[in-house]
Structures are given as C-alpha cells and as structure tokens.
Design a protein around this ligand. Structure first.
Ligand SMILES: *[C@@H]1O[C@H](CO)[C@@H](O)[C@H](O)[C@H]1NC(C)=O
Ligand SMILES: *[C@@H]1O[C@H](CO)[C@@H](O)[C@H](O)[C@H]1NC(C)=O
Ligand SMILES: *[C@@H]1O[C@H](CO)[C@@H](O)[C@H](O)[C@H]1NC(C)=O
Ligand SMILES: *[C@@H]1O[C@H](CO)[C@@H](O)[C@H](O)[C@H]1NC(C)=O
Ligand SMILES: *[C@@H]1O[C@H](CO)[C@@H](O)[C@H](O)[C@H]1NC(C)=O
Ligand SMILES: *[C@@H]1O[C@H](CO)[C@@H](O)[C@H](O)[C@H]1NC(C)=O
Ligand SMILES: *[C@@H]1O[C@H](CO)[C@@H](O)[C@H](O)[C@H]1NC(C)=O
Ligand SMILES: *[C@@H]1O[C@H](CO)[C@@H](O)[C@H](O)[C@H]1NC(C)=O
Length: 783
C-alpha cells in the first residue's frame, strides 16, 4: 500500500542538451511512503520499530517477550509492556525499555484480579492490528485493549482503547527495563491526579557503571477511581509510594504503581509519559511543554513526526527506472533507520554542564564509523556536526572519546579508537567550520598516546608495546592498563588506520611533525604479515599463502587459524571465545588496510592475486555479510583496477541479503549501519571512511539526486542505458558535469558542489577505471 508517488519535473542538470522534461524523466521524492519500520524486526536485525522523531530520546513501542533487544520483535509472541525509550539494531543485551506501562481490566472489577508481573500479565496481540509508521506504532492486545503510541522529543503519548463497558480501566507502571537491570527504583503516585513520578538506577546494556532515569506520567480520559502501588502479584491503594531494591539472592522483585480510572466516555485512556535523565521535575516539564494537550495532541504529534521525517529524507530524490518497490522500500527505510540513533540528549546530560550539544547511543562507533556517519555527513551535516561536537565534549569532560556509548555510560571498546576515523572523516570533508579542530587533535592524540588504566571502555591498550615494538603483541605484557587482552591482530590493523587518520588531521592543521610520526605508525600493520602462512578448510589447502598472524613480544609467531572466527568456524567477540581478531576472521581482517591498499596488493602478489583472494573470500562462506567489517571488501576490487568486479559483487548481496521483509537484514542493524550500507550500495557511491573518497559503481536505480542541506546544490548520479533487470551493470564511460571522468572514485566535492555524474552502462566489463592512475588513492610511506 503506497501513497501516490509525487512527481517532479526533473530540472535539467549537467550539460546534456536537448532532453526535455517528459514523463520518462519524472522523479520521486516521496520517500516517506516507502518507509517500513518493521524491516529488521526478525532474524536478528533488532531494529527499533516503534515511534520516534529523528535522533529522538523518546522512542515508544510495544515490548515483547521474544527477541526484544529493540523492544518489539515480530517473532516475540507476547506483549509484556509499552515503553518509551529504546536503542536500535544493537546486539547483546536488550537495551533500555524502562518503565513499561501495561493496560488491563481487572476481572470482577477486583484490583487483585489484575495481573502485575510480566510472566502473568503478558498477552499475544492481534497480528492484523499491527501498525508501524514513522512516528506511530499501534497494536491490539488479545484482551481487546488497543494501544496506539506516538512521541515528541522527550515524551511519549499512548492511547489505550478499552472495550465498551469497562468499569475501571487499570494502567500499571513497572519499575523495570527490558533487561531487568534495575538496581533500585522509586515511584510516587498522586492520589488526586494520578500523576506518577519517580526514577530508577539501571545498567547500560553494553558498558560499565549505571545510570538514573526519571519519569513523569499523567492520565487522561476520565477521573481517577483509585491509585496505589503493586509488588509481585499484589496491589494496594496504600501506600502511595514504593522503593524497590535489588534482591540479594538474585530474586528480581517486580513492582511499581497503578491507577484505575472511572469509565472513560469513549473508552480511551490517554497516558503521557515524560522522560528525563536530569530529574522528575524535568521529565514533567518535558512532557508538559512538548505535549500540552494530551487528549487532542495525538494526531498533531503523528503529523509532526511525519513532517520531521519527510524533511530528513527531502535531500534525496530518485528516478527508479523500474527498480522494484522492494528495493526502494529497503532504500528509504535504510535512510530512515540511519537517523534513529545516535540520540539527541542535549539538555539531558546530568554528567557535566556545557553549551555544546550532547548526543548519546553511539552504539557502537566500531559499527557506525564505516558508513553510518559518512551517510549523515551527506544527508544531515548539521546533525553530524553536532555529533562530532558531542564526541569532542565527551573527550573534554571525560578525557576520552567513546568507541561505544549508551545511556550516559561508557560502552565497551570493540576495535581501535574509531572516533579518530569519524574526526578525520569530518575534517577531510570540510564538515563544518564550527568544529574546534585543535581540540579534535588533542582528542585523537589522547587515544594515540595515553594508555588509560581501563582501556576496555576508552582509549587504546598496549600502547607501550605499540610504541616500542610497532605492533600489538600476542599475550602482551601490559602492566600499565587493563582491558580484554585479546584481538592483537585486529587492534594492530585498526590502530594503524586510526594513526593514519590522525596523520591526515595533523597534516591539515600544519603539524608536519605529527604527520610524519603517525604516518610511520600507520604502516605498523605490516609487522604482523606472515608471508608463508597458509590456510586450510577441512584439511584442504585453500592454496593462498600470506596472512596476518599473532606475534609474541619476543618476535616469535603465534598462531591463529585464518578461518577461525569466520562463518565457517566459531563466533568470536569480547567475552565469547575471545581471539586475536574481533568478530571476524584473519581472512576478513586481511583486507583492512584502507589507507594503503596498493601496499597490501603488492604483498599479496599483485592485482590478480588480490582478486582471487577476494573472490575466494566472498564465495567460500568466509565472508560474513551480517557484520560491518565486510562492507569495504565488497568494493575493494576498485583498487585492482577492476571496478566492474565490485559491481558484480554487490549484486551478489543486493537484493539477496537485503529485502523489505521483517527478516530482510542479514544481521544487527547496529544503529542503522546495515541500512546505510544498503543506501550507499543503491546510490552507487561507497565511502572510504576517513578519506575524501567514494568508490563509484552504478546505482541500482536509474538516477539519484541529493541536495546538499548546507550549500543547497544538487548532486546527481545518472545511469544511461539503465535496465532494472541489472544486465547492464558495467560502466563503459563516465562524465562529470559533461566532461569525461576516468577515475573510479570521486571526492565529497561531488556533494557539496552539486556535480552530475553520468555513467554509460553496458552488459560487459569495459576498460573504464582500469588504468593505474584512475584507481582510488592508496598511500604508502614515502609516497
Ligand atoms: C501472528 O504472527 C506470529 C509471528 O509472525 C505467528 O507466529 C502467529 O502464528 C501469527 N498469528 C496469527 C493468528 O496469524
Ligand atoms: C489506533 O488509532 C486509529 C485511529 O484512531 C484507530 O483506527 C485504531 O483502531 C487504533 N488502533 C488500536 C490498536 O487501538
Ligand atoms: C541505588 O543503586 C545505585 C547503584 O547500585 C546506588 O549507587 C544508589 O546508592 C542506590 N540508591 C539508593 C537510594 O539506595
Ligand atoms: C528518586 O526518587 C526518590 C523518591 O522521590 C527521591 O527520594 C530520590 O532522590 C530520587 N533519586 C534521584 C537520583 O533523583
Ligand atoms: C538537538 O537538540 C537540541 C536541543 O533541543 C537542538 O537545539 C538541536 O538542534 C538538536 N539537534 C538536532 C540535530 O536535531
Ligand atoms: C575543503 O576545503 C579546502 C580548502 O578550501 C578545499 O581545497 C577542499 O577541496 C575542500 N574539500 C572538500 C571535500 O570539499
Ligand atoms: C567441513 O566438513 C564438515 C563435516 O564434513 C561439513 O559439514 C562442512 O560443510 C565442511 N565445511 C566446508 C567449508 O567445507
Ligand atoms: C617467545 O615467546 C613465546 C611465548 O612465551 C615462546 O613460546 C617462544 O618460545 C619464545 N621464543 C623465543 C625465541 O624465545
């Protein structure tokens, strides 16, 4: 079901003379109608499917008892509550979902006949009642009670519709979160108004420490019948407050508050919930100022959300050329999910006072630096600028930028200090003139130079070895700081690229001394190269020689099977099967030298050797399309002078691994990273994060235009000879603004200056992009 597609006459761009605006050149920019928030609610996508504004703190949805990392999941059969804050696409523990509400009718009008604990109250919902649109989520419980919800920035609004004749509708609030991480919590219920206020201390879902969240809930639709609190499966009208602690014996005490209303005339009980990280008075103020007329504001808020999302999508317009609705749905939904998180907590940071923006839910930068932040840089540079400023403000007040952060807490570091790449990416793309680049240099130098005592959640570990040995040793002796002492290979590769990114920033700031120093360190990846290392699968030699291997401090090689931690072997993470590579194999990390791909190709034995490695990797089951490290490898063929092979490879994965069904993502969306990968693939420009480079491959649609939100100029990629069955996928020749363009890549000026890239397509690989001078830039020491 799609709203009618808005048709715009195509403005003539570039220098193609004589093309009149005809129906064939009409473009669609009504991306909103394509958004399907349910993509990624099954098959481990873990996306947030509920109602949210772009980067909103309030995110309302139904929470289920199955896979519920993002609250709602289509595979979870029962609804356990309706809660107002969530994260999106994350793995591991369910995140947030604090203070769920649950509406019900007590049999025989008897308070203690209602069900309070999750296990008792949970209910299936009517599948056909499920509605998920940006800014609006709704479903009907099997009890006959309907729930519709929408949001403002810091508050959620629920409309619970009770069956006709309900005497005293009850709504409870549960002092828990999805993960049941609550340490202690309190609630107070005002006898007259029914207003509930309170707070709880919870644990971050992938990090250290704890956080306090506050709420303020008001009820509308009828007068208050009675109020009180509940503990376990009993409720009472006295007392009006309760303080819960965490049980010593691992018993999780369930409890909270409730109100019962007198019969509402239309059966609707409206509930407004304000959230704040500051205090409950601010939670009330947030709710009152953003949703001043709760009973009538619902449609206005839905409308407002629709406008906000339409505005966020508005830079993009597409001429599909017959591309499927499924692809377009995946595309626009990917853009949408890219702006669910990080979340704008400006004014909601109790940790320090600052006039800078504060964003949270960088969850995690190891996932998001590759494509999510680069996509925000193109589509929403204002927001990306504020996010970079927030990272720097976190550095200023905590001494370190995060590699991961959620719920005001430091999240676990997965790889290197990847905020360094985000900073360099912003710098080389001239993201903003308001960013304090000297402060940025301090921040990245802190990562590179100062080993923190706790490097599991900020900075880098093993810096003494890094500086003296030029690699991270296997089983490093590191009495200076503590973290998960694994991942020596992936950390070496990531630190090397992070250091390259630092050298770019230093260079741009005129710090030649630092540039040289970090360029030197950017070559450290070579020190783990073991030229005679082989790789076997099930006892059969793959025939490839030369892989990265772990190396002890004394220079002796250790060993990790190159296929370990791949889809053919076991999963490896921080605590699950910790290994010398993180969440991917040595085969995967083989390709992670983004600054110096040509050196890597030489080590492997030339272009053909690189191509056969890539081909084997992508066809043997070693490549894991469900995790972020794989992204760059799909387009790496560009560096061998064979951009056509990158194009063939992306057609292997799209659409087969990305579709618009609930299970249509290959893995965790990771705050929109999977969506951003699909978006860039469809767009035909793949960003090499940290460099002013986009690798060109024909878009999956006939034409796509992006109007830069700051300069107002429109960039267009246009396929000539496009066919939606994807037989003509090979670039024969290219033009930029009417002039021949032989390079297989282009810089960010394309977007800021609003260039037009025309790609003439054919059914066979051509010589376009094959010349040495036309390959994407590779740097090497001394070059
Ligand atoms: C509702 O959807 C769930 C999940 O897709 C499915 O398991 C269940 O059978 C469906 N129920 C009905 C009545 O269709
Ligand atoms: C949500 O609101 C719409 C519009 O008022 C209504 O038609 C629908 O029944 C509601 N859904 C539920 C589950 O209550
Ligand atoms: C609640 O729990 C947190 C974390 O364990 C603790 O710091 C705090 O003192 C507790 N608050 C009260 C009032 O017990
Ligand atoms: C939480 O609420 C209780 C009861 O209103 C109050 O005493 C306590 O100070 C609050 N805790 C925080 C951290 O604001
Ligand atoms: C974040 O919130 C602040 C405070 O409401 C606002 O000024 C700022 O524009 C928001 N940023 C974005 C990118 O929406
Ligand atoms: C950034 O600004 C510099 C100096 O004005 C300019 O030379 C460069 O082309 C710009 N880069 C981009 C990506 O716009
Ligand atoms: C390895 O052997 C096992 C057992 O015979 C088989 O199940 C598996 O598919 C094989 N894997 C590969 C990659 O050949
Ligand atoms: C280097 O250290 C490793 C691990 O302790 C040890 O197995 C190896 O024998 C050492 N090599 C030399 C040459 O001492």
């Amino acid at each position: 079901m799609r709203a009618s597609v808005e048709l715009l006459a195509l403005a003539l761009l570039g220098s193609a003379p004589g093309i009149a605006a005809s129906p064939a050149t009409q473009k669609s920019s009504n991306g909103f109608s394509y958004i399907n928030p349910l993509i990624g609610t099954a098959n481990g996508g873990n996306v947030f499917a509920g109602a949210t504004l772009p980067y909103g703190l309030a995110k309302a949805s139904a929470d289920v008892d199955g896979q519920n990392t993002g609250g709602f999941g289509i595979e979870g059969p029962n609804v356990v509550g309706f809660s107002s804050v969530h994260d999106s696409g994350t793995g591991g523990n369910p995140s947030l979902g604090n203070f769920p509400l649950f509406p019900q009718v007590c049999p025989d009008d008897e308070l203690n006949n209602c069900k309070y604990r999750i296990g008792d109250r949970k209910l299936p919902y009517v599948n056909s009642s499920l509605v998920a649109q940006p800014g609006h989520f709704g479903l009907q419980l099997e009890s006959g009670i309907g729930a519709n919800m929408t949001v403002s920035q810091h508050a959620a609004l629920y409309r619970f519709t009770f069956p006709k004749g309900t005497k005293h509708p009850l709504v409870l609030l549960d002092l828990t979160d999805l993960w049941q991480s609550r340490q202690n919590a309190s609630i107070e219920v005002d006898e007259k108004s029914g207003r509930m206020t309170g707070n709880g201390t919870f644990l971050p879902s992938f990090g250290a420490g704890s956080y306090v969240m506050h709420f303020c809930v008001d009820f509308y639709g009828s007068s208050i019948h009675e109020t009180g609190v509940w503990v376990n499966n009993r409720a009472g009208t006295e007392p009006k407050q309760v303080f819960l602690t965490r049980g010593f014996n691992l018993f999780f005490l369930e409890g909270g508050g409730f109100v019962r209303l007198n019969p509402p005339s239309d059966g609707v009980v409206t509930v407004r919930m304000g959230i704040s990280y500051m205090n409950s008075a601010q939670a009330c103020r947030n709710a009152e100022s953003e949703i001043p007329r709760p009973v009538t504001d619902f449609d206005r808020l839905v409308d407002n959300a629709q406008k906000a999302w339409t505005e966020k999508l508005s830079p993009i317009s597409i001429k599909s050329g017959g591309a499927t609705n499924d692809l377009l749905t995946s595309f626009w939904s990917g853009v949408y999910r890219n702006m669910i998180s990080p979340q704008n907590y400006t004014g909601e940071n109790p940790l320090w006072r600052s006039d800078k923006p504060y964003f949270d839910s960088f969850y995690c930068i190891w996932d998001s630096f590759r494509v999510q932040h680069p996509l925000l840089t193109i589509l929403d540079p204002h927001a990306q600028t504020q996010m970079v400023e927030a990272l720097l403000d976190i550095y200023k007040h905590e001494g370190w930028m995060p590699d991961c952060r959620m719920s005001l807490c430091k999240g676990w570091t997965q790889g290197g200090s990847n905020a360094d790449v985000v900073i360099a990416d912003a710098f080389v793309k001239n993201l903003s003139t308001t960013i304090d680049w000297e402060l940025a240099l301090d921040a990245v130098l802190a990562d590179a130079e100062n080993e923190p005592l706790e490097w599991s959640y900020h900075g880098r570990g093993g810096l003494h070895s890094w500086k003296s040995l030029d690699y991270i040793p296997y089983l490093d002796f590191d009495p200076y700081g503590f973290g998960t002492n694994s991942r020596s290979i992936s950390r070496t590769l990531e630190y090397a690229y992070d250091d390259y990114c630092i050298s770019e920033l230093a260079s741009g700031l005129g710090r030649g001394d630092l540039r040289r120093k970090y360029q030197q360190r950017a070559m450290n990846w070579k020190n783990l190269w073991k030229a005679d290392q082989t790789s076997f699968i099930n006892g059969t030699d793959t025939g490839f020689k030369g892989f990265f291997q772990p190396k002890y401090q004394n220079g002796t090689w250790g060993f990790q099977d190159p296929i370990a931690c791949s889809a053919l072997a076991d999963f490896c993470s921080l605590t699950t099967n910790p290994s010398e590579t993180f969440e991917a194999s040595i085969w995967q990390y083989l390709f992670y030298v983004p600054h110096s791909v040509s050196s890597l190709i030489s080590l492997l034995g030339g272009d053909d050797a690189m191509i056969s490695r890539l081909d084997f990797f992508h066809t043997s089951g070693l490549a894991d399309i469900s995790n972020e490290p794989v992204f760059f490898t799909v387009f790496l063929y560009h560096y061998t002078g064979r951009p056509a092979l990158s194009t063939e490879r992306i057609h292997q994965y799209v659409p087969s691994d990305f579709n618009s069904s609930p299970g249509g993502l290959p893995g965790n969306d990771d705050s929109g990273a999977m969506g951003a990968f699909l978006v860039f693939s469809v767009m035909g420009l793949f960003p090499v994060a940290g460099q002013n480079v986009y690798l060109i491959s024909p878009p999956f649609v006939e034409e796509i235009s992006i109007k830069h939100p700051v300069t107002g100029k429109t960039a267009t990629v246009r396929n000539i000879g496009f066919d939606a069955s994807y037989k003509n996928i090979y670039v024969q020749s290219a033009k930029v603004n009417g002039k021949p363009w032989t390079k297989s890549w282009i810089g960010h000026e394309f977007f800021t200056e609003g260039w037009t890239l025309e790609l003439v397509l054919g059914a066979k690989e051509s010589s376009w992009g094959t010349a040495l001078k036309d390959r994407p830039p590779s740097w090497t020491l001394g070059s």
